[in-house]
Design a protein around this ligand. Sequence first.
Ligand code: ZN
Length: 446
Amino acid sequence: MKEVFDYIDSNKDSAIELLSKLVSQPSVAATGQGIKECSDLGLRLLDELGANPKLYDIGEGSPLVAGEIKSKKNPSKTILFYNHYDVQPPEPLELWDSPPFTPTIRDGKMYGRGVSDDKGELAGRLKLTEAFLRTWMDVPCNFKFVFEGEEEIGSIHLGQYVKKYPELFKADGVIWEFGGVNPKGRPQVVLGVKGILYVQLTSKVAKKDAHSSLGAVVQNPAWRLVGALNTLKKGEKIMIPGWYDDVRKFTKEELGWIRKAPYEAKAIKADLGIKNFIDNMSVEEVKKALAGKPTCTICGIYSGYTGEGSKTVLPGEAFAKIDFRLVPDQDPDDLIRKLRKHLVTQGYEDVKITYSEGEKAKRTSPKEPIAIAAKIAAEEVYKSPPIIEISSAGTGPMYLFDAPCVAIGGGHSFSNAHAPNENKDLRYLVMGMKWVADTVNRFAEA
Ligand SMILES: [Zn+2]
């Protein structure tokens, strides 16, 4: 790998230039700003690599960019790079120290919207491919690229693309869109994500708000909603019958990795200003819960008057937004049916459920060749054993990919992703490229 690493080192400036070019092109999925232009840019960049890319369009949402480079020496194995070219909206603009779409370097970091999430990874993967092609005149196995344009709005059409163009997603292993080092600079191999079921519950009693004196005779939707919400959980247990039926238990090996992973409990509590976690959990319980506990979280409740002072009003409607985080092998379609049935059984058939989002969880076994390759490559590149994270507590569309996935790359913990002053530490741009390149090579040889 020496030639490849040397190429990456001596072409650092051109990687930075490429990243700057990508960040200069706005691509906000939420508003559509620059999406078309950025998908064209992705297409052009893959074309320059010789990946025979195509733009796929199903007629709604952002187009998908995909391409492939066949390996001469190892055409029987395929790795897939999944990335996204869309970014979060840059607002609030006044909190940025430099304009979000004018990439600016200060103190070894590049600032700009998408510089970390996910254009830094996308640029890194293009450049590491170039490093192989320019030094080996080949790639270690077939390289497939899938760049989607709606990750930041829940990958709402990715499932349709998988159905319509299944061949684009076929691979033996997937390098996920994010990854990097923990706050102390230790590499982290993330092997999974949780799933999600996001719903809104609505209780509607009257067609309008009324004088609260009518509370003597007219039902209150906020109380009705609170009653329904109360049936969902008892302590930490979700009370919807059958909710835990499909929950897959951790294997012994997974538990071992969870035990070994560091967790900065003190710093996180201090950051949030809390004294304890729920039920005074131990650090080990916290780590297990983050990776494998199904949750039911009220993300927002709204009804009636919530402004300053008092207003004596009887609301006509009440709403609650709820996210359920899921673990393997829970299925959001099955769970929403169970939720519906539960509310009816509990006497809340009038509480309306509106589905907003559903994604299954996915976990790759630490025994998979791609996971082992990522671990050894981390040791090689960082000279420090990586942290194996069985599952991120967050969610992503990993379940749509059949192949085992690892999330590794050049990210770092203080990148302000999704927030003002998003940045990329340029040291990790280089380290991330080497780590991914070495992983892919080891995977190809395995
Ligand atoms: Zn993001």
